[in-house]
Design a protein around this ligand. Sequence first.
Ligand SMILES: Cc1ncc(COP(=O)(O)O)c(C=O)c1O
Length: 402
Amino acid sequence: MTTTTIDTVQTLESRHILQLYRRAPVTFVRGQGVRLYDIDGREYLDLLSGIGVASLGHAHPGLARAVADQAQTLLHTSNLFYHPLQGQLAERLANLSGLSRAFFCNSGTEAVEACLKFARRYWYTRGEPRAEIVALEESFHGRTFGSLSVTSDEHYRAPFAPLLPGVTFVAVNEPSALLAAVSTSTAAIIAEPVQGEGGVRPLTPAFAEAITQACARTGALLIADEVQSGLGRTGYPFYSAAIGLKPHLVSIGKALGGGVPVGAALVSDEVAQAISFGDHGSTYGGNLLACRAALCFLDELVGGGLLAHVGRVGRHFERSLKALAARHAIVKEVRGAGLMWGLELTRDATPVVREGLARGVIVNRTAEKVVRLLPPLVITEAEIDQAIDRLEAALAAVGAGE
Ligand SMILES: Cc1ncc(COP(=O)(O)O)c(C=O)c1O
């Protein structure tokens, strides 16, 4: 029998896994709360939660019990039949979002694809086909063709052209640019209320107001992509509502299943009425396992007080990060809300991520110069303090070499 070591894992992957990801040289085998443990038993504080997914932390006892129980009962039957959990989950999401109907899928990009299709279908049903979309610079909405078409980064787009036609990108937080771009040919505006991959950039209330005005003037629908910013991450159920937006469609994913893949498009009544049987679908979407995990997450978020917890620890996180930035000249700006933060550096963020990993704190780099922080929503103030100490050591090590 061969022993599993970091070398055997990496050698096997290098032969058989399509090489799409530049993985850090660490192999995780176990987690507990906000801590991860690698194959050699080293402990790490996880300030990334698998890019905003492990919302309840790792090995959450309630989620583990729910998933195990569901696996022993019934996992999947397809959308050809009813099961008891999909309606319950949709009702809970409707109460949280104010959007009455849900379509379930398996990932963030599928949720965005569904929103784009539903927006097109809305205008088709009205007998006024509109195909144009206004999206934002620095946006990221996923890797499938529709989502990629509204993602601005040329690096992701160029190898796959031609993408969907009719997409216009406007500068973020520039109300006049947005107002000029939206017309009566615009089917929808799509925006992340806090841009994630683009460097953790919250939309300003003034920009949100321009979006609302543009929609009112032209009839364009608003798609809020809350895959990263939604479901408690910023201390609000949805950041769009916090800045005064009233989207017709909302895409969600990541945190919803706490690690079990599940996404959803949440849809207003007005849009839902334009959609017919067979317009869209998914084999896995909303199966019993996914719904059970998502119900468990929502139990914690709403009934379990997790949302209020994020509000509290989020303020502590913000204070600590701003104090950290004041001590390190390489941190230029601190942006975010709740437990979604970015530290924009004066330089490439790669060495900070690497030095952090070496000191037992997991963060990641986005938009080249931004260190992104998306800890599990259950993180405590004491754990934040400990993680910040490790991050501080990483910043000092990189800053000293400047
Ligand atoms: C705002 C946003 N939308 C969509 C996606 C795509 O989600 P997924 O990777 O689950 O397809 C992401 C992923 O990072 C995201 O941040």
